[in-house]
Design a protein around this ligand. Structure first.
Ligand code: NAD
Length: 280
């Protein structure tokens, strides 16, 4: 009996030399009791990157799926995140230990500060803790989420360590072009959260038109836009058929006309999620 060959994501190399799949699965709002099953289905489809967080309360399910998969630990890329209430240095180290315990892993591939919480002003402390975790080899790569240029400049200025990733809200209606050019100047890879606009962009007529031109679904066209833009992307779904649909994006590319049309969808008021300046 022949085994079906699963597709695999292209990879990106981070500034610290580690490689990561460019496309994966996000598990925000995936219920804890379904997470292991959803991640298992994703692995079967060919996914090898999972983006979780302490705040998602489903790290245990991610770890369980990795162990049950039979895939070598080194062939899976697991990201988790430090929550806002644990930015103080010792607190951050303890929070990381708890994440590893829930994952039942001895390292994560990428550990991120979840939000800068500038009103609390402890993200420098948190960043120093992540630097130590990377030195200890327990967080292979370290980065941040939702940092604006001013926050990035500050952690780089005060510690000399540049995050390899900044994970921010990013989709065709909120393209973050200025932030991305700052990232490019510092070798920071941009990860797109809510890449499908939490599903709201799937009915956008322009995106539907572009998808139809390629014989693809709107979700596939949008994911392809992230990939063609050099972004890392991990759309969320709990449905096996959508996990498969979202992963069938490696056999086409958008052309210049598509990219020009999508560039026009960017909007200053296109943000869906929270504002990093005020979110706590
Ligand atoms: P998303 O843009 O991935 O959209 C998910 C929604 O789209 C779900 O409701 C799903 O049912 C629907 N969907 C997915 N594929 C579909 C398809 N093929 N057809 C129809 N509907 C489909 O939104 P998200 O979950 O907010 O973002 C993805 C991931 O980004 C999260 O799971 C999480 O890992 C990460 N994230 C990080 C932060 C952060 O602050 N760092 C914030 C939000 C999300």
């Amino acid at each position: 009996m022949s085994r079906s060959v699963v597709a695999s994501s292209p990879t990106l190399t981070l500034a610290d030399g580690q490689t990561a799949p460019q496309m994966g699965l996000g598990v925000w709002q995936t219920p804890a009791d379904l997470t292991a099953e959803v991640v298992r289905a994703a692995f079967e489809t060919g996914y090898r990157l999972v983006d979780t967080a302490a705040a998602y309360e489903n790290e245990a399910g991610v770890g369980e799926a990795v162990r049950a998969s039979g895939i070598a630990r080194t062939d899976v890329f697991v990201t988790t995140k430090l929550w806002n209430t644990h930015h103080a240095y010792d607190e951050a180290l303890r929070a990381f230990d708890k994440s590893l315990q829930r994952l039942r892993m001895d390292y994560v591939d990428l550990y991120l500060i979840h939000w800068p919480v500038p009103t609390q002003d402890l993200y420098i402390d948190a960043w120093r803790a992540l630097v130590r975790l990377q030195e200890e080899g327990r967080a292979r790569s370290i980065g941040v989420c939702n940092f604006m240029v001013e926050h990035l400049r500050r952690i780089i200025g005060e510690t000399g360590v540049i995050p390899v990733v900044n994970q921010v809200e990013l989709h065709p209606q909120f393209q973050q072009t200025e932030l991305r050019s700052f990232h490019a100047s510092r070798g920071i890879v941009t990860q797109s959260w809510s890449p499908l606009g939490q599903g709201r962009l799937l009915k956008h007529p322009e995106l539907a038109r572009i998808a139809a031109r390629h014989g693809k679904t709107p979700a596939q066209a949008i994911i392809r836009w992230h990939l063609d833009s050099g972004l890392m992307v991990f759309p969320k779904s709990i449905r096996p058929e959508r996990l498969a649909e979202n992963f069938e994006v490696f056999d086409f590319r958008l052309d210049d006309e598509d990219l020009a049309a999508i560039a026009k969808l960017d909007h200053p008021a296109g943000r869906i999620g929270s504002d990093p300046l005020t979110f706590r």
